[in-house]
Write a protein that binds this ligand. Structure first.
Ligand code: SF4
Ligand code: SF4
Length: 353
């Protein structure tokens, strides 16, 4: 599936109105059917969650604030019976991505036909290793079958490995395997949650064998992916992100300031909003319009911009790409056919900003 020209045009128009936030991650459920070793979610389950109607109301609020892209995750968002309704609504207004651990995408395939991207998490081509990482036997086989079944059905599906010390030396071969089969790859970076007081919730759990100790190997992966991208459009990570991670790996220095609550925000299963999942909830999604431009939020933004406590790749990615020109950069850099679509939609200022 590719973005329709009318949607690109609508995103562009909204971006002109919006002041800041462009990306939202919505963890629509805390429930998960897997037991991944590097994850805290399954050890801290909570079945209370917003209804589909409430989520749709929240999506309208995000749309009016200028959010252009929504990523649905969890838990596993596909455990929700009503996820199809949520996705159908979200994909009318946003670039919409949903994550699955590979266990439910086939079963829920009809719910996925409206979304722009489906990300299936697979970490290695080694079946046993992958099942070990996921804590569930048979998870690798199910995930691989899901990827190729969805692809066969014309759904824009890709794989999303989490790069850790455990698989860092396999990432290039892993990438090659999928891109040769025209399956896009986009990446997460293993991280664990710094214990902030009153953080919204925890995702990454500290696991020694995942901690990236071979920083040179990480830098080499970034350089190699950057080279490979020139030959193959199925590697979905921007040059800017790769450069930022490479620099961090080699020097320990950040070339970006965190843009939590500025370029991105996170919403949890109860509708609480935070700059990122590790930080404290600062509003309910339903109160967001009243507080969004408040001095309190400006102070939080300032505070988060000084924070260096995590290196989750999605937050780096959202921090290094700014505004609509950032979205264009992402589209141009990552998504095949995007230039064509943008030309078709013909927003003249889009290319010059
Ligand atoms: S990483 Fe994802 S799939 Fe694995 S246990 Fe955590 S929420 Fe579930
Ligand atoms: S660096 Fe940003 S995203 Fe990471 S913990 Fe700090 S505020 Fe959150």
């Amino acid at each position: 599936m590719i973005l329709s020209s009318s949607k690109v045009w609508s995103l562009f128009k909204r971006s002109l109105k919006s002041k800041r936030t462009y990306h939202a991650q919505w963890m629509v459920t805390r429930r998960c059917n897997y037991r991944c070793r590097g994850c805290s979610v399954w050890t801290d389950q909570d079945s209370s969650e917003l209804s589909a109607e409430e989520i749709k109301r929240g999506l309208e609020i995000l749309r009016d604030l200028g959010v252009l892209e929504i990523v649905f995750s969890g838990g596993n968002p596909l455990v929700r019976e009503d996820i199809g309704e949520v996705l159908e609504y979200a994909s009318r207004h946003f670039v919409t991505t949903i994550y699955d651990n590979g266990s439910m995408a086939v079963e829920r395939i009809d719910d996925l036909r409206n979304v722009d991207f489906v990300a299936i998490s697979i970490d290695t081509l080694d079946e046993k290793k992958n099942d070990y990482l996921k804590g569930v036997k048979g998870s690798w086989r199910r995930a691989m079958d899901a990827v190729f079944k969805l692809k066969e059905e014309g759904i824009h599906v890709g794989v999303s490995p989490t790069i850790s010390q455990f698989n860092i030396h396999e990432i290039i071969d892993f990438t090659r395997y999928f891109i040769e089969r025209e399956v896009p790859v986009w990446y997460c970076l293993y991280w664990y949650d710094y214990p902030f007081k009153d953080g919204m919730f925890s995702i990454g759990k500290k696991v020694d064998e995942y901690m990236i100790t071979d920083r040179k190997a990480l830098a080499d992966v970034c350089s190699t992916l950057k080279r490979m991208k020139r030959e193959n459009g199925f590697i979905y990570i921007t040059d800017k992100t790769l450069d930022a991670v490479r620099h961090l790996a080699l020097t320990g220095e950040r070339t970006w300031k965190c843009k939590a609550l500025r370029n991105f925000l996170v919403v949890d299963h109860r509708g609480r909003v935070a700059g990122c999942h590790s930080r404290e909830p600062v509003a309910s999604i339903f109160d967001l319009p009243e507080v969004w431009d408040s001095p309190r939020f400006d102070e939080l933004r300032r505070r988060y911009s000084e924070c260096t406590n995590c290196a989750y790749l999605c937050y780096i990615f959202y921090s290094v790409h700014v505004g609509f020109s950032g979205i264009i950069e992402i589209l141009r850099d990552q998504w095949k056919n995007a230039n064509l679509l943008i030309r078709e939609a013909n927003p003249p200022a889009a290319m010059s900003r």
